[in-house]
Design a protein around this ligand. Structure first.
Ligand SMILES: [Zn+2]
Ligand SMILES: [Zn+2]
Length: 429
């Protein structure tokens, strides 16, 4: 590791411009010399994408412009700055999987880009077919591998030509190895020990030991039990990009009649993309039977004791799930289902805390874990399986990354494990 210096070797350097630590948008770079190289993701969550300023800045070691951009999936922390990026460098090719391209207009619009512009950006995106190497920049090939996580999410195998032969890395981005209700788990590459020079691995759930006990299928069954026990209206809150489609499939399969379920119309575009790309006839049919409603219809459906899946994973203010929550929360016959994360300060977090107290009144509150990220045991297993020459941990709090590094070392992994902050080059990889 060599702070503030650019890679001077024929071997590429790697830098997280942003996204090494938690809650930073993801933008990582494989530098290949004077040209800035391949940009892996271009995230933005709110405000300006400050990491863009590293390009061409004196002393940053980053060239003027990326030669190509890879978008791993459409979550804002991976794609949020794409509109700024293509405005700045209209000629730079942007690569992604076909489902990611299909979901891109919805994702960009939900991040505030106007529809026509979002569609124009998506039209120009280049598709990396699954498991087929494509040349993305001079001397750089990329192979997309399914990552699980959400529709279109892809790992990137990157191969850079060098004087001493090819240099290979795997950028996992967000992934999980378990199958979800619709999506399969990640397709990990089959490689010999030492064949990968670097694995850049997300570590979102690195310290969530409790989640190691979660079995996805058992959680689906538990949710099915909650549905059959319900005595009145049931409201589920979910994120639009990913969770909503998986939950729509789970709910429609578990309910006796598809008419019992009404799904937030906002999620329709995403659920339809999921439906188009699924191989399973049964899963496609399940999604096709889903009915959608606007807020007024969703409200009426709840009043009639139905099941509603609404967008707003933590029932945040301003979301449909948040707006519908008061209709169910005080009803002693009602049920509210919180899925996955629930920050303490969010309405979902507050609901869960109140549900655990003796003075709990009103609706039954159920917390279901349907993880979309690799669990801690999966992170350990993937590193052990791939046996790379070096690992860089990203996308998690520094403390979590250090803890995972210790666990990997304890498991016998001898390769160097980098826990560098954003803005620091890793060289001599
Ligand atoms: Zn994601
Ligand atoms: Zn992410």
């Amino acid at each position: 590791m060599n702070e503030h210096s650019s890679p001077t070797h024929s071997i590429p350097g790697f830098i997280s411009l942003s996204g090494a630590s938690a809650r930073e948008p993801n933008a990582h770079l494989v530098g290949t010399g004077a040209a800035a190289g391949l940009l892996l993701d271009c995230g933005k969550v709110s405000g300006p994408a400050d990491w863009l300023e590293a390009f061409g800045r004196e002393g940053s070691g980053v060239g003027e412009a990326p030669q190509a951009v890879w978008v791993s999936h459409v979550h804002a922390d991976h794609v949020g700055a794409l509109a700024e990026l293509v405005q700045r460098w209209p000629q730079v090719p942007v690569w992604m999987s076909a489902p990611t391209k299909a979901l891109l207009p919805f994702a960009l619009v939900s991040q505030g880009v106007v529809r026509a512009r979002a569609e124009a950006i998506a039209r120009r995106a280049r598709v990396a077919p699954w498991r087929v190497p494509v040349a993305v920049a001079p001397g750089v090939t990329l192979t997309a591998l399914e990552a699980g996580h959400m529709a279109g999410a892809a790992m990137a195998m990157v191969e850079v030509e060098g004087a001493e032969g090819p240099w290979r890395m795997l950028y996992t981005a967000d992934f999980c190895t378990h199958a979800q209700a619709l999506l399969q788990g990640a397709s990990l590459p089959r490689v010999a020990p030492g064949a990968l020079d670097l694995v850049v691995m997300e570590a979102t759930l690195a310290t969530q030991k409790a989640l190691d006990a979660v079995e996805y299928d058992q959680e689906v069954e538990r949710l099915g039990g909650v549905l059959s026990e319900r005595r009145g209206a049931l409201l589920v809150g979910a994120a639009a990009l990913g969770e909503a489609a998986e939950l729509a499939a789970i709910l429609v399969r578990a309910l006796a009649s598809p008419g019992e379920l009404l799904v937030d119309a906002y999620a329709r575009e995403v659920v339809e993309v999921y439906g188009r790309q699924l191989a399973s006839e049964e899963a496609r049919a399940a999604l096709q039977s889903v009915r959608y409603g606007e807020r007024r219809q969703l409200t009426q459906h709840l009043e009639a004791g139905g099941v509603v899946l609404a967008v707003g994973d933590q029932f945040q203010r301003g979301t449909t799930a948040g707006a519908l929550l008061p209709r169910v929360a005080k009803d002693p016959r009602g049920t509210v289902v919180v899925v996955n994360r629930a920050h303490r300060s969010s309405p979902a977090g507050k609901l869960l805390r109140r549900a655990g107290t003796p003075e709990q009144a009103g609706a039954r509150v159920v917390h279901v874990h349907l993880p979309t990220h690799a669990l801690r045991w999966q992170l350990l297993a993937v590193a052990e399986l791939l046996q790379p020459r070096a690992i860089a941990l990203v996308h998690a709090a520094d403390g979590s990354r250090h803890a995972l590094r210790r666990a990997l070392q304890k498991a016998g992994l001898e390769a160097p494990i980098h826990v560098a902050p954003s803005g620091q080059w890793l060289t001599e990889l």
